[in-house]
Design a protein around this ligand. Structure first.
Ligand code: FES
Ligand SMILES: [Fe+2]
Length: 389
């Protein structure tokens, strides 16, 4: 079952539906097959909205942020006219990646290989020595062949998402089911408070399923359980085809989580007493605590390897020097929490080559979200087949 036809054919889908309807997860090959991953990128990820960055990371004209989303190098740009744009970060000459580091104050995006220069609107401006030494080329305006290819980009609450195939429903529509669970909260633009990156030797779905899995916290996250006990936590439940949510009652605020930082502005009262988590299929998880938002992203770097990034957002006033220690505590807390997850994640990846495991036995109380995710992976890949650019 490793060829593309078999992978996405009716028989395979019927088998997946049958297996997942029995309370089982995805079969081992979904975590070990390179072909499966390539199909996921094209048919599950490129047609969906994927988190790419935050408005606060490119807050001024001339700011540029290179990212990798579903395997694609993309650059997010704050244009001179104040708008935000996303482009495939790939030179139209020979395909080199153009912007390799976050930049500020750029006038052009200039490729490091042969110095082709593009405006912040993506238009090709100059091709030095293109017709011979000293024979520079300034393309005619309107010749689109040399321009950067744009990527559809929209913002939700200061978070920038891209839709690589350009055919998804508007982002506001996509996120409306989450809006309904935020009591009309319209946060001001929060401050970007830093990120953590982890290279995990596990398929990206293990990381995403771990976002969904509330059940594991009593066994491996003792401090998190003191903060928000399992007894007052709830399983992830679907609220749309691509969104799940859960909520946790806060019992005892801790340094780095609830103590030391100012609350997020304009937060509804109920969000001072509980945390709300949203998992966005395919790769993003949004954790809202009353003094911080943590956004976790799983970017597949190979079939059995994932780059996990945790972004932290705080109230703007929390960026003052007096909160330096409290912000560092929050980063340290997420670092420690995530390290507790890595061993089980990597051990599950090793378990997926064993004939002694194929789909597992899911808890009827805690795992409907994992079950739902498994089915959606299969369904969305088939639904989007043929829609990739
Ligand atoms: S590859 Fe970019 S200028 Fe040649
Ligand atoms: Fe965990």
């Amino acid at each position: 079952m490793d060829g593309a036809g078999e992978l996405l054919g009716d028989d395979a889908l019927a088998r997946l539906r049958a297996e997942t309807s029995q309370g089982r997860g995805l079969p081992n090959m979904a975590y070990t097959s390179d072909t499966w991953l390539e199909h996921e990128r094209r048919h599950l990820m490129w047609p969906m909205w994927m988190l790419a960055g935050f408005e606060s990371q490119i807050s001024e004209p001339g700011d540029a942020l290179p990212v990798t989303v579903a395997g694609c190098p993309i650059v997010m740009v704050h244009r001179r006219d104040g708008g935000i744009a996303a482009f495939h970060n790939v030179c139209r000459h020979r395909g080199a990646v153009i912007v390799t580091e976050p930049c500020k104050g750029l006038a052009t995006l200039t490729c490091p290989y042969h110095a082709w220069a593009y405006g912040l609107d993506g238009k090709l401006r100059t091709r030095p020595h293109f017709h011979g030494g000293g024979q520079h080329d300034i393309p005619e305006d309107g010749d689109a062949r040399g321009n950067l290819r744009s990527v559809r980009c929209e913002s939700w609450r200061g978070m920038l998402f891209v839709n690589i195939d350009g055919k998804a429903a508007p982002l506001a529509e996509h996120m409306a089911p989450a809006d309904e669970h935020l009591e009309g909260w319209e946060p001001q633009t929060l401050a970007y408070g830093g990120s953590l990156t982890f290279e995990v030797k596990a398929n990206w779905k293990h990381i995403h399923e771990n976002f969904i899995d509330v059940y594991h916290k009593f066994a491996i996250h003792p401090a998190l359980c003191e903060f928000a006990p399992l007894e007052t936590s709830n399983p992830m439940v679907p609220i749309a085809d691509h969104l799940l949510k859960t909520w946790h009652v806060i019992a005892a605020p801790q340094e780095g989580r609830g103590k030391g930082l100012p609350p997020l502005p304009n937060l509804p009262d109920v969000l001072h007493r509980e945390g709300r988590f949203f998992t966005m299929i395919p790769t993003c998880n949004i954790n809202i605590w009353y003094d911080q938002i943590a956004i976790l992203v799983a970017e597949p770097t190979g079939t059995g390897t994932t780059r996990e990034t945790i972004h932290l957002l705080f109230a703007p006033e929390a960026m003052a020097a007096q909160y330096d220690g409290a912000r560092q505590n929050a980063l340290n807390t997420w670092d420690g929490l995530n390290r507790e997850d890595i061993l089980p994640l990597e051990s599950m990846q090793r378990g997926r080559v064993s004939p002694g495991f194929d789909g597992g036995t899911l808890s009827p109380f805690w795992d409907p979200g994992t079950h739902f995710f498994a089915r959606q992976v299969a369904e969305l890949m088939v639904a989007h087949e043929g829609s990739a650019p």
